[in-house]
Design a protein around this ligand. Structure first.
Ligand code: HEC
Ligand code: HEC
Length: 215
């Protein structure tokens, strides 16, 4: 009951935040040629992988394949606005035209490479349980209630299936330092803040390991 109330309050907040990005789509009326888009996506793939599968290095490059267009667009805009702090992605995204930003947001949706894998296998069952049931004692709602039963996301809720283990751990451990950094311009990252905050490192590792195996 308590968790249910929390989730619906968070969802209401998300819908409100989502409204502000709608104007962005309307501004992007100019066309992007197939050639321009290919040149740009070839560049993205040097880091994010030829099929958008991500790359497991000392700095993990997140998977973009199958990612929800609304979420991709929100993140590119957040990098530009420095609401989400990342120097590399600021440099990549602040030069994009509104039309290119929209085209890139949908480009990766239809790619479906196999997950890269590589996570330890000892806590997959614990991770699945957290994903499906949440952690009631820590007021963490089921991840599935927002990210979907198959973890494929929807609209502004990102796909987590097949996302890189190391990347998800880093994001959940550093949420407060990297996301929602402009307090005068709050965004959807506020929905995840208490969730990331309330999970222990062991719980984060378990749920990230589970998600990284999903197709
Ligand atoms: C030089 C390497 C590099 C290039 C080129 C690059 N990226 Fe990234 N990208 C990154 C890194 C590193 C991150 C992770 C940032 C973080 O840890 O928060 C990232 C994150 C992202 C995210 C957020 C993903 C998520 O799950 O939240 C999106 C969206 C993204 N990049 C899109 C693009 C697009 C589109 C292009 C091409 C126009 C591109 N990137 C080019 C390195 C790169
Ligand atoms: C109330 C809805 C909600 C619940 C419950 C929820 N999330 Fe999220 N999550 C979101 C939203 C919305 C975002 C995107 C935030 C943004 O746009 O900045 C997100 C983003 C994320 C990201 C960042 C993805 C990326 O590519 O960088 C991870 C990882 C994540 N959630 C994991 C989880 C896990 C694990 C759980 C369960 C323990 C969970 N979430 C529960 C709404 C939720």
């Amino acid at each position: 009951m308590k968790l249910g109330e929390l989730t619906s309050a968070l969802l209401a907040a998300l819908v409100l935040a989502g409204g502000s990005t709608a104007s962005l789509a309307r501004d992007a009326s100019a066309e992007v040629s197939a050639q321009e888009l290919k040149a740009k996506t070839d560049y993205c793939k040097t880091c994010h992988g030829l099929s958008g599968q991500g790359f497991r290095g000392s700095v993990p490059m997140p998977r973009l394949a199958g990612q929800q267009p609304d979420y991709v667009k929100n993140q590119l805009q957040a990098f530009i606005d420095r609401r989400r702090t990342n120097p590399v992605m600021f440099n990549v995204s602040h030069v994009l035209s509104p039309a290119m930003l929209t085209a890139l947001s949908t480009y990766f949706k239809d790619l479906s490479p196999k997950p890269l894998g590589g996570a330890p296998k000892d806590s997959l069952a614990a991770g699945k349980k957290i994903y499906e049931e949440g952690v009631a004692a820590a007021e963490v709602p089921p991840c599935a209630s927002c990210h979907g039963p198959d973890a494929k996301g929807a609209d502004a809720f990102p796909r987590l299936a097949g996302q890189l283990y190391d990347y998800m751990i880093r994001k959940l451990m550093n949420w407060d330092k990297e996301r929602g950094q402009d307090k005068s311009n709050p965004d959807n990252s506020a929905v995840m803040q208490p969730i990331a905050h309330n999970l222990t490192e062991a719980q984060i590792r378990a749920v990230a390991a589970y998600l990284s195996t999903l197709d």
